[in-house]
Design a protein around this ligand. Structure first.
Ligand SMILES: Nc1ncnc2c1ncn2[C@@H]1O[C@H](COP(=O)(O)OP(=O)(O)O)[C@@H](O)[C@H]1O
Ligand SMILES: [Mg+2]
Length: 224
């Protein structure tokens, strides 16, 4: 894992300098990828930010969670985990068909994991939202989830799980990591559109390195 923090270098997508820059004039949307997957640990802000990106670029917004519920793409509700057990095969087929039918359209798709339901497709990128773990703990406590479920998700954030899933499926050039901590959804959308427009992809320097900042045992004591 990388040692550096994201804001320490010039030109970094998370730096104040780049946030202030504007997407160049002249229909920047045309340079954006066709399929923008907004991913990350539950609670990082995927729905809030994903919907706003879709609104800003005039594209459709799809949420894996909503699809699973509204189209019954699950194998029942796990009462202990308080979540639906996703029917991955059904979701995979549905998405494949959807992307085929909407080939010409741009889409923003929110999902907390996608390595078993989406395959690398032309024009697909992932935006991985990251959130400072104590902030994530506060947000997840607000959901009244079981303690263990909160801890499992905070642990996933600590070890960069969504990032590594994204890199595994799409590779560095199609993955963008954004630290969402202490930024409004509107500012995040601006930052995301700039990095997507620049098209440089992920590098080790953009890792937030939560494990360098927090002791997991001390963090777990705030939850368990
Ligand atoms: N950038 C942000 N700043 C402050 N609060 C946010 C931000 N993004 C999301 N939230 C809030 O955090 C909670 C979780 O956001 P949500 O978009 O549902 O996360 P996810 O879809 O990743 O589970 C919501 O209450 C939302 O209003
Ligand atoms: Mg969501």
């Amino acid at each position: 894992m990388a040692e550096s923090m994201p804001d320490s270098r010039s030109g970094d997508p998370g730096s104040k300098a780049s946030v202030g820059r504007r997407v160049p004039a002249g229909a920047p949307e045309q340079t954006l990828p066709k399929i923008i997957i907004v991913t990350g640990t539950p609670g990082v802000g995927k729905t809030a930010v994903g919907k706003l990106i879709a609104k800003r670029i005039g594209s459709e917004f799809l949420s894996l969670g909503d699809l699973v519920k509204t189209q019954g793409l699950h194998k029942g509700f796990d009462r202990r985990a308080r979540s639906y057990m996703i029917n991955e095969r059904a979701v995979e087929w549905m998405l494949k068909g959807y992307l085929k039918d909407h080939r010409e359209k741009r889409i923003v798709f929110e999902t907390h994991s996608f390595n078993s339901i989406l395959h690398k497709t032309h024009g697909m990128v992932a935006v991985v939202l990251r959130l400072d773990p104590p902030v994530l703990i506060r947000r997840l406590k607000g959901r009244n989830w079981p303690k263990l479920k909160i801890w499992e998700n905070v642990e996933a954030e600590l070890i960069d799980l969504s990032l590594y899933d994204s890199l595994k499926v799409l590779g560095k050039r199609r993955v963008y990591e954004i630290d969402a901590t202490a930024k409004s959804p509107g500012n995040l959308v601006r930052e995301i559109l700039i990095v997507l427009h620049n098209g440089k992809g992920w590098s080790m320097k953009s890792l937030p390195n939560w494990l360098g900042k927090y002791d997991p045992v001390l963090l777990s004591r705030r939850i368990l």
